[in-house]
Design a protein around this ligand. Sequence first.
Ligand code: FES
Length: 377
Amino acid sequence: MSVRRLAPDALQPASFAFDEPNRAFVAAQIAKYPPGRQASAVIPLLWQAQKQAGGWLPRAAIEHVAEVLDMPKIRVMEVATFYTMFNLEPVGQHFIQLCGTVPCHCMGAEDLKAVLKTRIGEERQVSADGKFSWLEVECLGACTNAPMVQINDDYFEDLTPETFGRLLDDLAAGRPVKVGPQNGRAKSEPLGGPKTLLEPGLYDGSAVGAWTAAFDERIAAQKAAKEAAARAAAEAAQVAAAQPAPVPAPKPAEPKPAESKPAESRAGQSKSAAPAPAAAAADDAAKPALLSAARDGRPDDLKLIWGVGPKLETMLHRMGVFHFDQIAGWSAANLAWVDQNLEGFRGRAVRDDWIGQAKKLAAGWRPESAVGEKPTK
Ligand code: FES
């Protein structure tokens, strides 16, 4: 914010009074307000006084407005020195306000400032012929058409040093000038034409609900996977029940070292309560192939499966699950079996579609947060 002081005494006129047309304007403004509230008209009266005085407010004009409105002079002085729309020192015939706020700055306001300094001089100085003076101001609300200047009451936008120079030449010569954008576009339409209005997706409704539909599809897929797992488990139980009950006999340890059962018993399973033979057979049928250890001692990072954290990963290792391709090869019944053995996390495997996720991970896909990591396989 610049310092705002009245102009030096040498520049101040001895007196000021509204001329005849402006006296009518003043009376009309005051008449808008109830008796005793005429101070409400202080802004339009100061504005009109500035116009009459040649684009700035001498001390005498401020004091005259105070008299007309029956206000203390200091109150009117406060208003005049607060609002930057009031110039407190003489300005040129063409008073240029250059926007220097960020959008205009980024689009070349500094180049326009260089033009002003070269042709007119420092800001607040009136050129020798009295035609120009300039001031850098904050945003004038035409950022779309940056960089821009306001000259007296008009905006000149989309300027370059060249077009701005020509504009100043025309003003100096008294030639007519074109107000608004100087690059050929109409008002603030998109540069290059109204392409935005031709984007059909914005108007034909095809984009509406697409995001919600993606969620709906995912939920439906999870539900279908859950139902398939339940059906497979029920079928396996039926098949097992129809077979004669096997005579349980202790089996010797599997000779295959890489594909043996996990050393630990499943969490939550009582050692003393042996399952019924039919149920045990169904259980065995649904049980996926498990490993006693990770191949080459290098397990996959199972935490890349959405919903699996360190605790679940440890549980899976104990169960004999170490690799994405193990999970990717499971049937729905296998998945249901694992799901039922996730003590404290039951339902996670089906809900989060571990098979689908593992297929992608086994093929090399990685979640965004892990992009750049070396695949574990
Ligand atoms: S930043 Fe210049 S008009 Fe808004």
